[in-house]
Design a protein. Structure first.
Length: 292
């Protein structure tokens, strides 16, 4: 405060200076505080009931300090809809994420249980694939010396074969049910000669079954080159035949019977001739199982 603004005590008899009010009584005024116009304008209306409302407050910049914990963040009206959409979409994303995680957890749990069950069943029952072999082949309808030629370059034959197959189930606690719908085909150098099917039957554990079937072919076109090949092979006493078998089966484990499983058998059988008394020179069979 400047020196001119300082106020000093005066005697009671001294006249008042400009800006002061005269006081009745004899008590001296020791000091006077001055307020600026901005300080007066910040006084609240509640503190001064006689405040003149018709007088506008002076213009200027006012700084109002409010505690942070009393500030409520509310979106403006133009952004309220966007905020609501964002909140709902975020909730939906969280819900979908939870559903996906739950589904994956269930799938993993089921896969684990299936794997454990399969391992236990394998250790208890020790399953083995059945084995197959061709025991005999009788060939009819193929006479290489008296074949009739339908043209100058092709021959037609109608072969028939009696085939005996041996099926062995070496499992001690597993039975096999052979269903209808099997297919057995015989080929020579890629040419399909005849086909047939196995009968439906049940094979108990540790059992050997021998099944006979008749395979028939009709009007098979044989080229002159294939005819000549057959003559050469028969003269050597080694005629190879390919046999492909597809068998639908069901496995019975204890009291439980599985779904239909396809068993594929591929055999290569070599006979000494294409006659009814043909003898098997060599044979091999491979087995593959398609569980689905």
């Amino acid at each position: 405060m400047m020196a001119s603004d300082q106020v000093y005590p005066r005697d009671a008899d001294s006249p008042p200076i400009s800006g002061e009010h005269s006081h009745s009584g004899s008590q001296p005024v020791t000091r006077m505080h001055r307020r600026t116009m901005s300080q007066d304008s910040l006084m609240s209306k509640e503190s001064y009931p006689y405040y003149d409302r018709s007088v506008a407050p002076p213009t200027g910049t006012y700084i109002v300090q409010v505690p942070k914990d009393q500030i409520y963040r509310v979106p403006p009206p133009e952004n309220a809809r966007k905020y609501q959409q964002y909140s709902s979409s975020k909730h939906r994303r969280n819900t979908c994420r939870c559903c996906i995680c739950t589904t994956l957890l269930i799938i993993l749990t089921l896969a684990f249980l299936i794997a454990v069950t399969g391992a236990v069943l394998y250790l208890v029952y020790r399953p083995k694939a059945p084995s197959y072999s061709v025991e005999s082949v009788s060939i009819k309808g193929i006479n290489l010396t008296s074949m009739t030629s339908s043209s100058s370059s092709a021959l037609t034959i109608s072969p028939a074969m009696d085939v005996t197959v041996r099926a062995e189930n070496g499992n001690g606690k597993i039975g096999i049910y052979y269903e209808k719908g099997s297919d057995l085909s015989v080929y020579h150098n890629g040419v399909r000669l005849c086909d047939g099917s196995l009968p439906a039957f049940h094979q108990p554990p540790r059992n050997v079954s021998v099944v006979s079937m008749v395979l028939v072919g009709s009007q098979i076109v044989l080229s002159s080159a294939a005819h000549q090949t057959w003559l050469t092979e028969q003269s050597r006493g080694r005629v190879p035949l390919d046999m492909n078998v597809k068998i639908p089966v069901k496995i019975k484990v204890g009291a439980v019977k599985t779904w239909t499983i396809t068993v594929k058998v591929t055999c290569v059988v070599t006979v000494n001739g294409l006659t009814a008394n043909a003898e098997i020179v060599s044979k091999t069979c491979d087995v593959s199982i398609k569980p689905w």
